[in-house]
Design a protein around this ligand. Sequence first.
Ligand code: G1P
Length: 286
Amino acid sequence: MRLKKAVFPAAGFGTRFLPATKAIPKEMLPLVDKPLIQYAVEEAKASGLEEMIIVTGMGKTAIEDHFDTSFELEILLKEKGKLDLLNMIENVSGLVHFAYTRQKKPLGLGHAISITQNLINDEAFAVFLGDDIIDSKTPAMKQMAGVFEKYGTSILAVQKVSKKDAHLYGVIKGKKVSPGVWRVLDLVEKPRENPPSNLAIIGRYILTPGIFKALEKTAPGKGGEIQLTDALKHLLETEEIYAYEFEGNRYDAGDKLGFLKANVSFALKRADLKVEFKKFLKDLGL
Ligand code: G1P
């Protein structure tokens, strides 16, 4: 079973970044100089995925334009001899194959996944939540694909979090089966108290097509939305699910502080910026 398709839910309003996101999608906010969603798409490509399915909504056309060819810009860069920029732009549009589908109502992450069913057919697929930026030597999804090869079930990315932060995540209860791998016994979306463990779901999933039946059974949960975590709980009734603690640093770029941390840390890795930027930070004398 080879994974080919990747789903990127991108229909949310991005209210945490207002007013910046009033007229531009939050997925287009730049981490240094690259829009957030491009990091996830590049991770997908580097993990061997070929077809990107982006779930968009009202006001998200900038995402489609970003991954499209920009004929006029390419001609202009060619004429001006800016070949490195031209190359960079061509790399974005030539990345992989894209398909777009629209989530017409903000009914939640589970709902966003459910509307991709006709594009997925009957195969396992990957899901990327673009707010979660993962910086790792081996792309996080590639690590997960290795676990999927072994178990052939849905695989959830997890990370240990402190008890006080557990209410921000889907949290699993699991039985450890090997280093970094747990068989999932139960899941709770954003537990208000008494989380079942310290293993929080991070925005990378490999899902079997059984998830679509499970989603049909899923009633609105937290926030009145169809939650993917609740659908996974239904999936557990008929299939095993495993959780995998990936290696890498994860930034919650959907949160202002996390976004700033990601920007600083990515800028400090850039050959063209790091020397001056480090000096600037040092001079702040914090
Ligand atoms: C979503 C999921 C949650 C998961 C989180 C990871 O929540 O519902 O289970 O832990 O992503 O980032 P959101 O952060 O979109 O509210």
